[in-house]
Design a protein around this ligand. Structure first.
Ligand code: IPE
Ligand code: IPE
Ligand code: MG
Length: 255
């Protein structure tokens, strides 16, 4: 697949949903779905890289998921630890810059260390920016960012660009494409600020059945969509549309 370097989905975010139902349909406990689901993550990461995606942000555990049965939560922690151990080599070999966004302070200390070490080791890598949203909530990210600003700049007004720079991983920028598997059409507190102009894609496929092929097709379909960003019509990409908006503002202010 040839990617348009600037106009293709640069930042893709995925809500990896449907694990529990996938397992229940097969008369297995929900955690089976999580185990199966965690096994396909690396294939999707690889496909993103192959298709020229620059940033991939995966929703693995939300702030609301803390309300699940403790046994299920523990399995999710274990799967994260296993993923980190298993994929470390591959992440390093592929120049992937890894980061977790969210509150990981309640994870076992050993898992926190695995995360922090891998983040440190890969922080200057220039390949795919792979982000796991774990213990993550979109509202919490916005509130945390605003509070950081207030603390550092008492009495000052917060601007959009400043808030952008205070998010958990500012360098990944806005989401171009948000995919949700599992059939539900909702956002579930994911990247609320960053999805303002994202293309949305909902698939009935449950996460454990999601394949490289389906992912590739979605990327292809979405790169054919016309993203207008409030304009009448354009084949230009965001970069050009922002320049145009700035030019127009200058002209209007002059007159
Ligand atoms: C997504 O699958 C994984 C997490 C939320 C951790 P679910 O566990 O939500 O699966 P369903 O939606 O109940 O099928
Ligand atoms: C969203 O899925 C969170 C993750 C995929 C990690 P949920 O299954 O928790 O979302 P709701 O409860 O259906 O909105
Ligand atoms: Mg779900």
């Amino acid at each position: 697949m040839t990617q348009n370097e600037i106009c293709g989905p640069r930042h893709v975010a995925i809500i990896m949903d449907g694990n529990g139902r996938w397992a229940q349909e097969r008369k297995h406990p929900r955690v089976w779905g999580h185990i199966r689901g965690s096994q396909i993550v690396s294939q999707i990461v690889e496909q993103a890289d192959d298709c020229g995606v620059k940033a991939l942000t995966l929703y693995a555990f939300s702030t609301e998921n803390w309300s699940r049965p403790v046994t299920e939560v523990k399995v999710l922690f274990t799967l994260l630890r296993k993923f980190l151990k298993k994929e470390r080599k591959r992440i390093l070999a592929n120049n992937i810059s890894f980061k977790v966004i969210g509150d990981i302070s309640d994870l076992p200390a050993a898992t926190q260390k695995l995360i922090l070490d891998l983040e440190e080791e890969t922080k200057d890598f220039e390949g795919l920016k792979l982000t796991f949203a774990f213990g993550y909530g979109g509202r919490k990210e916005i509130i945390d960012s605003i509070n950081k600003f207030i603390k550092e700049n008492p009495g000052k007004e917060l601007e959009e660009s400043k808030l952008n720079s205070l998010l958990y991983r500012p360098e990944i920028g806005d989401v171009d494409l948000l995919i949700r598997t599992g059939g539900d059409k909702r956002i579930s507190n994911y990247l609320l600020w960053q999805i303002a102009y994202a293309e949305l894609w909902f698939t009935k496929t449950k996460w454990p059945d999601f394949t490289r092929e389906e992912f590739k097709n979605i990327l292809l379909e979405v790169s054919k969509r016309e993203r207008r960003f409030g304009m009448v019509s354009t084949t230009d990409c965001l970069e050009n549309s922002r320049k145009q908006a700035d030019e127009n503002l200058k002209i209007i202010r002059k007159n």
